[in-house]
Design a protein around this ligand. Structure first.
Ligand SMILES: Nc1ncnc2c1ncn2[C@@H]1O[C@H](COP(=O)(O)OP(=O)(O)OP(=O)(O)O)[C@@H](O)[C@H]1O
Ligand SMILES: [Mg+2]
Length: 285
């Protein structure tokens, strides 16, 4: 089933000359992991805001087209239903905090949707494990590290068990160790749930191996959308659109262009080693 369908979707912020998102047609199947990449100011945040319904609800502008969430026009979905269907994690985690302790922060949304005590308890245990925040429960969400804040923000959205989870640059404000832990969490969520996950991310190296599909936003339009092996198959096109492929991909693509390799392009280190082995075997035989 389609989790998300955008049909000829366009949005122009009021006062702007150009459309930030222009004539986007996009289908995302449920239980897939889609990463959105592209240079700054090319419409990534605007697109995910339209999917979540933050646009047009909270902004002035011009909207054309339609977004469907599991077949339903998202402008007809109530706020409460939207909260449990589509989770949204902002780049700046503090912007979503409302409580004095991490525990309250997690419980808040769950109590709002009226879940029984035992379910709330089980959900808290589950998200705390997946996001490694158990030791933070009684801390203030404002007085923990940046990486911990982002883990709490993800946990509070995950606790709602939305069918779709959107993360807009969840690692952009973190140091390398903090970034790694967010990629670990995204890996856990991908493996343990059937959620449809959409991540806007600049770190191609780390997001590519997790992705079922990579979507390139350029000048408000979808310039390319494909599974990773296919997405990276034209380095020149990507570089022209401000994207650098993962190192392993770029290296093997070079071997391919020089006629040493004709297989599928790898997207991570392990794949790179395998492809390089094939090249060595063939050329030393
Ligand atoms: N609230 C707003 N009001 C007016 N224009 C906006 C607003 N938010 C974004 N824009 C404009 O819309 C276009 C797309 O911006 P958007 O934030 O969607 O890009 P992005 O790809 O998410 O960029 P980044 O990588 O910097 O987060 C840009 O030209 C931007 O200046
Ligand atoms: Mg953005």
């Amino acid at each position: 089933m389609k989790a998300i369908s955008c049909q000829e979707l366009s949005w122009k912020y009021s006062g702007r000359k150009r459309f930030a998102v222009e004539n986007v047609n996009l289908d995302i199947e449920e239980n897939t992991f889609v990463s959105i990449v592209g240079p700054n100011e090319h419409g990534k945040t605007t697109l995910v805001s339209c999917i979540k319904g933050l646009i047009p609800a909270n902004y002035h502008g011009i909207w054309y087209g339609k977004v469907e969430i599991f077949g339903e026009d998202n402008r007809n979905i109530t706020g409460q239903k939207m909260a449990s269907e589509v989770g949204y994690v902002f780049a700046d985690p503090e912007s979503q905090f409302t409580s004095m302790t991490v525990e309250e922060e997690l419980v808040f949304g769950l109590e709002n949707i009226g879940l029984p005590f035992q379910v709330v308890h089980d959900r808290l245990e589950w998200v705390s494990e997946i996001t490694l925040i158990k030791e933070l429960w009684d801390k203030s969400p404002y007085e923990i590290s940046g990486g911990q804040k982002q883990r709490v923000a993800i946990a509070s959205v995950l606790a709602m068990k939305p069918r779709i989870m959107i993360l807009d640059e969840p690692t952009s404000m973190l140091d390398p160790i903090g970034k790694d832990s967010i990629f670990d969490i995204m890996t856990n969520v991908k493996n343990e749930t059937k959620m449809t996950i959409i991540v806007v991310e600049h770190n191609i190296e780390q997001i590519a191996p997790l992705s079922d599909q990579i979507l390139l936003m350029y000048e408000g339009q979808i310039a390319k959308m494909a599974p990773p092996e296919e997405f990276f198959n034209n380095s020149d096109f990507l570089v022209d659109h401000g994207i650098l492929p993962p190192q392993a991909t770029a290296f093997v693509d070079r071997l391919k262009q020089d006629g040493f390799y004709d297989g599928v392009l790898p997207v991570d280190y392990e794949g790179g080693v395998k492809a390089t082995r094939q090249v060595l075997q063939r050329h030393t035989a």
